[in-house]
Design a binder for this molecule. Structure first.
Ligand code: FAD
Length: 385
């Protein structure tokens, strides 16, 4: 293989380049990125960058030392076997890495609407989070909760509009989400409220109510950024479909990060997770696969969120669980655990209990069975259950 083209200069794209080099690939590498920035981490955008503790989150990698020809501000437009067409012309490849991440979903309406996906977005929103500003956040998911945290800290008057019955309901279910409702103290949290449109001066709800706002931030989820592949001869279904080696259906092509829907050997289903850990670790497998080595991507998915002074961490795949149990109550630190029908751990969500997360993740990987009676005692460590 002489030339690898990487489309997408986020964490997953960059890590794939690093993995190729560390595995001894000495051929040409070209990395094409729609943004004008060199690669940076996104998790700090809704945390340190939004709150003003940091101005950027660039990843400290020397692109020149990696020998990568980086094309910032260039988008891939289409793909045919062996050729990527970009806004700057065609690029032939022997190996292709699709690492285009995901794009935020926007709501209808002519009013100014912000999203939080890029470093530029974070700076734009940050400049508007001033004391007394009325901020409407649409969506009480991971991003919405983190933006609400920063807005509240900045002294804004915050309204959060959520279509579901509880915060985080889409991500982890309404029962667990309801446990986080108390964190929205001082915030006008509107549950079960559907947005009709984002208009000048605020948000119109279905039914006619209007939420006045100087700033509207929409955090209702993302879609895999694969529109540029619409006419390509490659399987797409909720992202780029890959096997457990991250191989796409077109020869010589792998996909990683938020845009990849890979076959999970562990859960026997297709997974697409939009989390940093996957963008960090899947590239090792993608690089190995491109180089013809034998590697399988079979993680216990992991992510975290920092909201309202709480560290929320999750590992596993809760749809594989049948029973939901709790360790600790909502007043303090607590965890939710999902058990399968035969008492294996499917997933754990830990609130300010990092030990439950670390031990839970290992237990999920090992397949160890747990004693449900001991499990509900927060004083007993998970590994002893
Ligand atoms: P991206 O980081 O999205 O990178 C893809 C890049 O490809 C982008 O720069 C994009 O512009 C570019 N691109 C897209 N289309 C094209 C094209 N056609 N041509 C060229 N380039 C293209 N995860 C956690 O686990 N914990 C957290 O606390 C957390 N916080 C987050 C906070 C925010 C604000 C955001 C946005 C995400 C957060 N995440 C978090 C998720 C995590 O950051 C993502 O899972 C990770 O960034 C995915 O990396 P990626 O490289 O796959 O995609």
């Amino acid at each position: 293989m002489n030339h690898v083209v990487v489309v997408g200069a986020g964490l997953a794209g960059l890590r794939t380049v690093e993995a190729l080099r560390s595995r001894g690939f000495t051929g040409r590498v070209t990395m094409v990125g729609r943004e004008r920035h060199r690669p940076y981490d996104r998790p700090p955008l809704s945390k340190a960058v939004l709150s003003g503790e940091a101005d950027d989150s660039y990843i400290g990698t020397d692109l020149a030392a990696l020998g990568v020809d980086f094309w910032p501000g260039v988008s891939a437009k289409s793909l045919r076997a062996g050729v990527v067409e970009t806004t700057e012309g065609e690029l032939g490849y022997d190996g292709l890495v699709i690492a285009t991440g995901a794009d935020p979903i926007r709501l209808p309406g002519d009013g100014p609407q912000h999203v939080l996906r890029t470093l530029d977005d974070a700076h734009e929103v940050r400049a508007m989070l001033v004391p007394g500003a009325r901020v409407a956040i649409i969506g009480a998911g991971w991003i919405g909760a983190e933006v609400a945290t920063a807005a509240r800290r900045a002294g804004c008057e915050v309204t959060v509009v959520e279509a579901g019955p509880a915060p985080l309901a889409t991500a982890v279910g309404a029962e667990i989400g309801a446990r986080t409702e108390r964190w929205y103290d001082g915030i006008d949290l509107r549950l079960g409220a559907m947005v009709d449109s984002v208009d000048e001066g605020g948000v119109r709800l279905v039914g006619g109510a209007f939420v006045d706002a100087h700033v509207v931030v929409t955090g209702i989820g993302v879609r895999p950024a694969v529109e540029w592949l619409a006419d390509a001869d490659i399987d797409l279904h909720n992202g780029v479909v890959t096997d457990e080696r991250l191989r796409a259906s077109l020869p010589g092509v792998v996909a990683v990060g938020d845009c990849a829907a890979w076959w999970s050997r562990r859960w026997q289903t297709r997974l697409r997770v939009e989390h940093w850990d996957s963008a960090l670790n899947a590239p090792e497998v993608a690089a190995a696969t491109l180089l013809g080595e034998d590697a399988v991507y079979d993680p216990v998915p992991y992510f975290w969120s920092e909201q309202f002074g709480h560290m929320v961490q999750y590992a596993g795949h809760h749809p594989a669980g049948e029973r939901l149990l709790y360790r600790g109550d909502t007043e303090g630190k607590w965890s939710a655990v999902w058990l399968t029908a035969d008492d294996a751990l499917a997933a754990v969500l830990a609130v300010d209990r990092p030990r439950d997360l670390v031990q839970g993740r290992r237990i999920i990987a090992s397949g160890q069975r747990l004693d449900a009676k001991r499990l509900v005692d927060p004083e007993v460590s998970l590994r002893d259950c």
